[in-house]
Design a protein around this ligand. Sequence first.
Ligand code: NCD
Length: 309
Amino acid sequence: MATILKGKDILDVKDLKLEHLSLIMETATRFENVMASGGRLNNMDGRVLATLFFEPSTQTRLTFETAMLKLGGHVVSVTDASSSAIKGETLFDTGKMIDGYADLAVIRHMRIGSSRELADGAAVPVINGGDGSGQHPTQALMDLITIQKEKGRLNNLTVTIAGDLKNSRTAHSLAWLLGKYGPRFYFVSTAELRMPEEITRALRMDLIEVFETTNLNEAALKSDVLYMTRIQKERFSDEAEYKRLKGTYIVNKELVEQSKPGITIMHPLPRVDEITREVDDYEGAAYFRQAANGVPIRMAIIALITGRE
Ligand code: NCD
């Protein structure tokens, strides 16, 4: 069982089956328990993770690097300005090169499908750390384990995903994965920023109830979880359009008070102004706990795909 992810790339949530998700979450919980009881792990002793970040990131890069260090491994990293991509190197060639010194790699890039290009070149496992407005599989896994911890289950939940559903790769990946657990979805956005039809159609084919609406209050009143996203400024070619749409949905104290009692509020971070600071004190505000779950989840993924769990 533990070997089902060995040698695999983590590029697209559509490749992940329920058994993979369970294994990753179980492994993350095991690692978390070891660390909580003061234990140390050395699964990745002497191994090297390469992090290639061609787009900004704080949380994803820090949690991947922390995860590797907590497994006793080492990290080498490049960010956009310092990489040979500037000189015209293809991701395929970068992948070939990485084989020479790293045991696995994580890439974030502005282009959809970029992680697959790297993986085509690299023999070592590659993780998609966010490809443009495509996907962000490891974030979705953090999100799943967060929902499991906060709600005590993943099945039969009513979940609102709100904000920039067109461009948020975290929303795309979470919708695909959570869809495996029989949720009821409310997708809340303006008409311009709706969830890609490929996703809503696939969910409905699987008999998942999906309601698309512009009314956040109504959706929050019925939801166990509200997953808020940032309007993805970097994906807009027209600054005026961004400014017009930004601020359409704000999660504030009043909205939380009028939501379903006990609602869990999530956000992949960074937030701009779509959740006000006062909401942080609400006990169901889970976004910083969600961020912390990134370390054990990424530890589990690193260990499993390298066969060192
Ligand atoms: C997200 C991302 O990069 O897609 N951030 C993250 O990885 N935690 C969300 C965002 O940038 O809005």
